[in-house]
Design a protein. Sequence first.
Length: 278
Amino acid sequence: MERKSRTHISRRTFMKGAAAGAALLGQGAPFIIRRASAADPIYVGVVSPASGNYADHGMMERLGMQMAAEEYKEKGILGRPVKLVVEDDETDPQVGARKARRLIEVDKVKYLTGGVSSSVAVSVGEVAQRYGGLFIGSNQNSDTLTEQYGRRSTFMVPPDMAMALRTLAPYLVEKVGKKWYFLTHDYEWGWSGTKWARNILQKFGGTDLGESKIPLNTRDFSAFLLKVRSAKPDALVITVGGVDLAALMEQMSEFGIYKETTVVSTLINLEDLWAVGP
């Protein structure tokens, strides 16, 4: 497969290209453009989970990207076809970084997208920055991507947790109560969700009853749920996702947690609900 050598593209040029056409639009489907001949394909490296906690999320974002690529198959973007080069990040930051380097070094990809896990997105964004490429995060929500790890080469499609909790938390205080307990996925996104929920709870004079941090790939939540029951919160505020969330929801039902308190997920996706079933 023949590719052109690396060419420089400024942020201004990229943004002008963005205004020129709405290609690969939507959640997880950014469009990419670089200077080249009309026949030269636009290669987009997709670092996305096909395994691990967010495999279902990864499948859906890849389907969306493929639909967008197929839509522009004939006319392309400014006459250039779009080709996706896909790698499985396994919902693991180190694997994601390694796959991103492979896409850049071996496949000569300059533009990366994907990374459902915020921790994976941080590592892929760092690789893109180091190699002078661009990374467009398709489906992650930690505000660390725009704050602590904010980079000129990283763009973020979905809202971050600061935006989500500034909308949700005041309503929760007013309608449910001011005593909260937190279940937090123990990585970038989970920390972000609980941080912002706590921030707003404090502003409203609420009571923080404690937190349990949930490691990725947890399947037995009994110890955590016993702590929730003991705390007797008005609201159980959860920032947990993927297969872990599906398992947690099933066990909360078994423990009768839904009858004892109001359960609130700071962010939930259709893929999570599919895993639980009716």
